[in-house]
Design a protein around this ligand. Structure first.
Ligand SMILES: [Zn+2]
Length: 357
């Protein structure tokens, strides 16, 4: 099995499947199709983003019991990162840990158990997670794909991540009063007004933690005004803010942001992405943790993610899900790798889990 995992992982890593390379997205799914998985599958495509859904039933079921989800797109990399390399226990290359090797394992496990299990099992392979998953996982969900439990193979070092922050990207604007720069007392400087808001309201409500913390944060990403000269008091100012909110604040986040805006300030949300949360009491969740402990002997840690994954799209239609993936490091860097031993364990755990349902 180790050799199969390595061969397929290497094959997938050597395809440049970044968003800039549309052909690569089809090629990487083509590489999977060539492996001849012995069940039916359906092809999806939206905005030139292809994705696949394998299923072990005569037709696509109304609701899967379990879906194994993986993305095969990667972020840009140096050319040499598309030439996978093994050093000791480490497999290096773009997508090694995020998440082509996990996809290879999910595929092999699906292939192995699809005919053995007595329930609808799916394998979902998408190619746009790195840019939001809207035309891959979300599109398939819009087409009716549902599951009792979804596992996305993002890196968790064989622990389980059951929650992730949501995102609000918003423009906040204010107006002032213009005047000649030599007579600032005649005007009302909009940049100064905005700066006061940032310091006295925004960061009082959403302080920047000194270290990693499970709290809602705000990042002021950009500040602009239409004023282009030195000798004028600017009469408008807009900031771009990236809010990352915890699932616990999901229902009140927008009200909370609006409540700190001084009179005359406007709030224009650009993106409102859901947070993720799956109850650790979920029966599949418990079974998965049991399988991890059975095969590794270690207690599973529950992780919280500051960034989002495709699981959030399932959570919005009440399909629970978690991220569960192998051990590695360096995702999105020049030095990305996955532990080969953890891939073998990942295979055994997933197999054990699926057969225990
Ligand atoms: Zn990923």
């Amino acid at each position: 099995m180790k050799q199969d995992i390595l061969n397929i992982s290497q094959k997938l890593i050597s395809v440049n499947s970044t968003k800039e390379n549309v052909e690569g997205l089809s090629d990487v799914l083509g590489a999977i199709e060539k492996l001849k998985i012995d069940t039916k599958f359906k092809k999806f495509s939206k905005n030139k983003i292809p994705s696949l859904l394998y299923y072990n039933t005569p037709t696509v079921p109304k609701e899967f019991k379990v879906i194994l989800n993986a993305h095969l797109d990667v972020v840009p990399a140096k050319p040499e990162q598309f030439k996978p390399k093994v050093v000791g226990d480490k497999l290096f290359g773009r997508g090694a840990i995020d998440m082509k090797a996990a996809a290879a394992v999910e595929m092999l496990v699906y292939k192995e158990v699809a005919a053995k299990v007595r329930y609808p099992l799916g394998l979902q392979l998408v190619t746009d997670e790195e840019i939001g998953g809207f035309d891959g996982t979300k599109y398939q969900i819009q087409k009716g794909v549902r599951a009792d439990f979804v596992i996305a193979g993002e890196q968790t070092d064989l622990n389980v991540s059951n929650k992730a922050k949501g995102i609000v990207w918003a423009k906040i604007s204010c107006r002032g009063k213009s005047a000649h720069g030599a007579h600032p007392w005649d005007g009302e400087n909009a940049i100064v007004k905005m700066t006061n808001f940032i310091n006295e309201k925004l960061f009082k409500t959403f302080p920047i933690p000194n270290r990693e913390a499970w709290v809602t944060t705000a990042n002021v990403a950009r500040m602009e005004t239409t004023n282009t000269t030195f000798n004028k008091v600017p009469d408008n100012c807009t900031i771009f803010v990236d809010f990352r909110y915890i699932p616990e604040e999901k229902s009140e986040i927008i009200t909370k942001i609006k409540s700190i805006l001084p009179t005359g300030f406007t709030f224009e949300p650009k993106i409102f992405e859901p947070s993720q949360f799956t109850d650790p009491g979920n029966e599949y969740f418990k079974l998965l943790r049991k399988s991890v402990t059975r095969l590794t002997g270690k207690k599973v840690k529950l992780l919280s993610d500051h960034g989002a994954s495709d699981i959030r799209h399932y959570n919005t239609v009440n399909s629970p899900g978690v991220c569960f993936g192998p051990t590695g490091a360096g995702l999105h860097t020049d030095n990305e790798w996955v532990s080969i031993k953890s891939l073998e364990q990942y295979y055994e755990i997933l197999k054990n889990f699926l057969l225990s349902i």
